[in-house]
Design a protein around this ligand. Sequence first.
Ligand SMILES: NC(=O)c1ccc[n+]([C@@H]2O[C@H](COP(=O)([O-])OP(=O)(O)OC[C@H]3O[C@@H](n4cnc5c(N)ncnc54)[C@H](OP(=O)(O)O)[C@@H]3O)[C@@H](O)[C@H]2O)c1
Length: 391
Amino acid sequence: MRKKITILGSTGSIGTQALEVINVLNNKFEVLSLSAGSNVELIKEQIKKFRPKYVSVKNKEDCEKLKNLFPDITILYGEEGLMTLAGLKEADMVLVAVSGKIGLKPTLEALKNKKDVALANKETLVMAGEIIMKTAKENNVKILPVDSEHSAIFQCLNNKKALRRLIITSSGGPFRTSSIEDMKSADISSVLNHPRWNMGRKITVDSATLMNKGLEVIEAHHLFDVDFDDIKVVVHPQSYVHSAVEYIDGSIIAQIGVPSMHIPIQYALTYPERFEGIESESFDFIKASKLEFYEPDYEKFPSLALAFDAGRRGGTYCVCMNAANEEAVLAFLSGKICFSDIYNITKSVYDSYISVENPSIEQILIEDDKIRKQTKELIELKYSLKGEKIR
Ligand SMILES: NC(=O)c1ccc[n+]([C@@H]2O[C@H](COP(=O)([O-])OP(=O)(O)OC[C@H]3O[C@@H](n4cnc5c(N)ncnc54)[C@H](OP(=O)(O)O)[C@@H]3O)[C@@H](O)[C@H]2O)c1
């Protein structure tokens, strides 16, 4: 029996790579449903190739266009479309590969409908990690990490009782060796020029500020139920060691391989089995030869320290940091603010924030909306006052 898969965000970096994996393992998987945002041309190609039964897009107009082209397929749109796809009875697994906060509700919907979830969308765990993990447990379903670092830890962690700490590696991003001064004026193209990974725009900007690593620390805390004091971030520019687990006897088990998202995506989809897939060549240890490790520079990359702080404080501090950061990243990508202001704006919103303890999903979403509004106002105020990028 082929595993029936729903992919939310099939037109993105993770979504397209997941379809490449499925294409190679097409005797193992059936694509039940796909969702896109606005990339109608790509979803059209994907529909023709994978013939899903259900599709969802962001807008009603695109939905109508697709309905005319594919009358035999159920085409939906908007949040309702994503929610319907996430809860489809026939699905065996839902891959959540949309970016940003829109991943939260469909992930919850999939778990409540007793679907295993392959989770790429880290913002979901950052916003509501406790609720998400509890819902998975109550419904007796699995959350399989897609992020390469978490996939690595998932593969290495076989004795939780004997765990000393998690070691999460980071390439250091495009500004690892730049000065703080140079980073201030970094333009969009240099920020998007990641040395190791080809990813969506939001995560690529987060990788340049190291906020992405901070989000991953919070994600790891929830996924593996590990205290923040027992999570260590290490900069490893070659990105061969995807992360590691250290045990109380001093043994370290690391997962190593070429920097390719195909491997963690495939493992999440095929777990617990392994198959020969796209990355069929053996890892060349001799060619790799040099593995370097450094302490992260928390002064140059204060977003990483902020994420540890938000995680340790709990409540809705992570919701605040995540929402303010996401809005600031969008403002940077639209040319409104400069690179260093992503952190400055996030920190300014965070510093004035009063957290809600033990929040429900409804409270999380209310707080998220409130913080986004406040962040946008702050950006607009500064931007309109100065009539130029904030410095
Ligand atoms: N890329 C990686 O290597 C990587 C690694 C680890 C974790 N992740 C995580 O995986 C998630 C996805 O990352 P990505 O790099 O694949 O992002 P991406 O390339 O930007 O793709 C995002 C996907 O979400 C869809 N989308 C965006 N807004 C939408 C909306 N309002 N309604 C419906 N769909 C919407 C996009 O559709 P359109 O393109 O059609 O508009 C696209 O399919 C993120 O949370 C990221 O942190 C990514």
